[in-house]
Each structure stands twice: as C-alpha cells, then as structure tokens.
Design a protein around this ligand. Structure first.
Ligand code: G4P
Length: 525
C-alpha cells in the first residue's frame, strides 16, 4: 500500500470499547450501531445471542448456559467514511483481567449508564482503567424511556464518583411516559421522540427558541428542560475538546438504546470526535511507533483457545499499532527473536470469521496460533526491533489446588492446563517442592469456567480444593530460604519459575515482614 493510502486508511479507523455495568444496555446499543453500520438488517438479532442464533459469543457453550458474555469479541463495520472496531468487554465482575487487557487495545471508550441506576460498581472499576490510560471517554445515559433519576443529579454523581468533568451534549425533555424529546445542545435543535426521518428534528434559533412554533412549547417538561439547559449553559462545564482527548472531560449524551432514540446522533458525534489510532510507546524508552509508519507492528492482548469447537483452534488477538497487515507476511516475534509467517488470520464479525482483506493500524486481527504467542507479545517487520510496553498484570486474589479426578487422564489434564492458562484469565502456579498445580484468579467464576472447559474441551474432570483468598507476593530468589514457608504463607512458583508466597491474610504478611525485615516482597499490580 502506498504511504498516502496507508495514512488515509489509518485515519478512517475508530477503535473503541463499550464499558458498563451488566444490564445497563451495552448489547442493545452495540446492536443499534451494527444496524446503522448495515451489518445487521434489523435490531433484535444480537439479543438473540441468548438463544444462540447470533453468535457474538456462543463460541463458548458456557455463555449460553449462564446467559452472560464471558469472552471479548470484536465487531467491525463501516459507517459513513469510518471503519469502526468495537471491542466487547465482558461486564461480569469476575472477568476483570481479560477485560482490563482489552481496554489496552482501544483508542477510546463509551460508557453506558442506566439512568435509573446511575454509576454502578462495575462501571466504576472499568472507568478507572480507562481513565488511567488517558483516552477519551464518551457517556451515554441510557433508558430515558423509563423513569430515571434527575439528569442534573446524574451528571453531578458522575463528576463526584468518577472524578471527571461532564459536559452535556443534549438534554432530556421529560422522561419515562413523559419523554417528549431531546434538546440537542450541540446542533441547536430538538430531536423529537416517536418521530422518524428528518421530521424528528426541529430547528432552534440563536436565541434558543423554536424557529417554527410547535405544540411542544405548551408542555411543562419542555419549559423545564429550557430552564435546565440555560442553567448548564451558564454554570456547567464548557465543552473542551482538548480535555476530552485526555479523558479529563466526558461528553454526556442522553437517550434510549432500546427505542433507538438518540443513538444515531451519539454515534455520529462520537465518531467525529473520537481519535484515529494513537501512537504506541516502546518499552523502557521515550520512543513511539506512529500508526502510519510503513513497517508493521502489533501486540497480542488476548489469546483464546477452542473458539470454534469444530476446529479446535487457538486464536491470538492482536492490535495493529503501525503499518499494514498482509496475509502471508513474515514478521519477527520480539520475545524469541524468531521469524514467523502469518498465513492464517481472521477478522471478526461475530461468528462469520472472514479472511482478512486489508487491515491497518487500529484494526484487530485474530491469528491462528499453534502455541507461539503469549499475551503481551510484540510482532513486527523491518530491521529495527520493536517491543511495546508490558500489559498490566493483575495479581490474583483467589486460589485453588487442582488435580485430575481420574489419574489415567494425566495427559489431557496437563495439556488442558497448559493451553488454557495461556489465555491469561487464570494464572498457574506450582507448589515449590511438590509441583502440585495451583490456580489463581481475580474471581470465582473464572474457576468455574476453567473446570467446565477442562471437561468439555479436554474431556477431563478436575477436582478443585479452595485455598481461599490469599495475598500473592513475589520474593527475590536470592533471598529465599525454604524454611520461611509455612501453612500461612505457602511457597509456590509462577510459570517463569519465580518464587512467591501466598499469604493467608494481611496479618500473616505483616508477621513475615517483621520477622524478615531485609526481605523484599513485591506485588504485580
Ligand atoms: P447489557 O449488555 O449491558 O448487559 O444490557 P442489555 O443490552 O442486554 O440490556 C439489558 C436489559 O435492558 C434488556 O432487557 C434490554 O432490553 C433493556 N434495555 C436496554 N436499553 C434499554 C432502553 O433504552 N430502555 C429500556 N426500557 N430498556 C432497555 P431484558 O428484559 O433484561 O432483556 P431481554 O430479556 O429483553 O433480552
């Protein structure tokens, strides 16, 4: 691809994730966006995922059984002049580690909030990760067709709990049964509820009054909205694109995903303001890789085994940071320094895994993997070695001892253990002396998924004995003396063979620190 064309292609990309608390409406709004992108013919198909028809996430049987989305999937569509990549982040609280890493592969985030509930715990957790990255965050206050909280309160709560400025882009005229429309502050017009086409917009004059009179002027809720809009124009945060780009201000949109009200204006404005693919910093260096650099570079942010039970494949999800991906290209895997050919890749649109045509910086591709990749790996072309910054690792808090129920199944047991831990949702440790397996995870559900998949994909029943919640602390091998270990601070090693203690509680950790004041203990994150 010519340099100019590469620049054009890259500038069209918009790659983002939607974060929300379960049930706030993430699936519904995603579906509306796919509808505008022409990917689905009518809204309602994505929701059928619960019955397994639209396979955004029926890659894993367990999701259907539980009715939750446990994998991050990638959806791509073309809308106006933009090529959009939406990365799905599982909303379930137990899947945080996977979700966090997905947030490392996006350039912006959309935060969906249920306007009856306000900021909920999962939103807050995910928000913190996004905020730390300093990327733009756009807010959609959903379910306006239902009676919700006072809009001024919602913005105040957002600012207080999340420590970010909120800037209203539109304002509700009524709510629930009384919902009449939205005052579109940015475009200086009204968007009327229950009207289609261009009819639904009523132009406002410079004085903020309707250009042509309309019965809505007689409504109490309209008069109230006018008063509130005056108030926020006077006393609210002024729109500031620079702050938005850094994630210090979030544009707030109200709407109703279910009735497709306010979603298109949101999508248009969002795609307009959201950034094209960002540059990526190199590890231990001030140098960055620019997205329009002609050499290809990418990092692996997620690995998933057996996405399609019929194919028994393993896929490494990579975010392209620069250049163009071409099928069959030769790249170097930085960790090993080895050359490899990328023959088999796939783009994601739910279950239709089409072969990639053109993919450039900003896009996500799935590479079929036979065990070469690890999460956080960098691949690149060209003479100059590239290594992107490490992805954050989250220290597990819950631990289980794991054994195969049937000793005759040792082979599939070891195979399953080794393959599934590569995905990074659970961490594998071994007891220092006996080599017994110990799994660590951020939450309980990950163990259940692991157990289920061992049985379904490796035909191996596993027995798990909880060790309970523990505090993991790494110790310098040179300072290690095996007599330091006790039941209250179990000594294990991680996959790299590095020793660590699993402390029963804070008290046990403090006791250890007092007993061995010269020993340095470290947590991962
Ligand atoms: P999630 O992915 O964030 O978990 O939320 P999802 O879109 O699945 O929406 C959760 C529930 O909220 C769904 O209802 C959905 O129809 C509803 N919902 C989403 N947006 C709106 C909205 O703008 N207004 C109203 N009134 N409801 C909305 P459900 O009954 O749990 O799902 P289903 O059984 O209808 O599929």
């Amino acid at each position: 691809m010519e340099q100019k064309q590469l620049e054009n292609e890259v500038n069209k990309r918009r790659t983002f994730a939607i974060i929300s608390h379960p049930d706030a409406g993430k699936t519904t709004i995603t579906e509306q966006m796919l509808y505008f992108g022409g990917v689905i013919r009518s809204a309602g198909t994505v929701k059928a995922k619960k019955s397994g028809q639209f396979a955004t996430s029926d890659w894993m049987e367990i999701e259907k059984k539980r009715g939750i989305s446990v994998t991050s999937s990638v959806m791509q569509f073309h809308y106006h002049d933009k090529d959009v990549n939406i990365l799905d982040t599982p909303g379930h609280e137990d899947f945080s580690e996977d979700t966090y890493r997905t947030l490392m592969a996006v350039d912006a985030a959309v935060m969906v909030i249920d306007s009856a509930k306000g900021i909920e715990p999962q939103t807050k957790k995910l928000f913190k990760v996004v905020k730390k990255r300093g990327i733009p965050i756009f807010t959609f206050m959903n379910k306006l067709d239902r009676d919700g909280r006072d809009p001024l309160d919602l913005i105040a709560e957002l600012e207080e709990l999340l420590d970010i400025e909120g800037c209203a882009m539109n304002w509700p005229i009524g709510m629930g049964k009384e919902l009449k429309g939205l005052y579109d502050i940015r475009n200086n017009r009204l968007e009327m509820y229950r009207k289609d086409g261009d009819d639904r917009y009523l132009a406002l004059g410079d004085d903020g009054k309707l250009k042509n009179s309309d019965p809505i002027e007689e409504e109490g809720v309209y008069q109230q909205a006018l008063g509130e809009v005056d108030l926020i124009k006077e006393a609210g945060n002024q729109f500031d694109l620079e702050k938005i780009k850094k994630g210090d201000q979030t544009p707030v949109f109200f709407g109703s995903a279910l009735t497709n009200f306010g979603v298109q204006v949101f999508l248009d404005t969002f795609l307009d303001m959201a950034p094209a693919p960002a540059e990526h910093k190199l590890k231990d260096s001030d140098e960055v890789v620019k997205p329009d650099d002609p050499e290809f570079s990418a990092f692996v942010f997620k690995i998933q085994a057996n996405m399609n039970p019929n194919h028994r494949d393993r896929i490494a999800f990579v975010r392209i940071c620069s250049g163009e991906f071409v099928k069959g290209m030769d790249v170097t895997l930085t960790r090993t320094g080895k050359a490899m050919r990328l023959n088999n890749a796939t783009e994601f649109m739910s279950d239709q895994r089409e072969q990639v045509k053109t993919a450039v910086a900003g896009d996500i591709v799935g590479l079929y993997d036979t065990g070469n990749f690890q999460i956080g790996d960098t691949i690149y072309t060209g003479k100059k070695s590239v290594q992107f910054e490490d992805l954050p690792q989250f220290t597990p808090e819950m631990f289980m001892e794991v054994q195969a129920k049937n000793v005759m199944k040792q082979k599939s047991f070891h195979k399953g253990m080794q393959q599934l831990v590569q995905e990074g949702a659970v961490q594998l440790y071994q007891k220092y002396t006996t080599n017994d397996y110990i799994l660590g995870a951020v939450g309980q559900l990950q163990f259940e998924v692991f157990q289920f998949r061992m049985k379904n994909e490796y035909n191996c029943d596993v027995v798990m004995s909880p060790i309970g919640s523990r505090i993991a602390r790494w110790i310098d091998p040179d300072q290690l003396d095996q007599s330091m270990s006790s039941t209250r601070n179990m000594l294990v090693k991680d996959l790299d063979g590095q020793p660590l203690f699993l402390f029963e509680n804070r008290f046990a950790e403090n006791w250890f620190v007092n007993k061995y004041p010269d020993v340095k203990l470290t947590a991962k994150l």
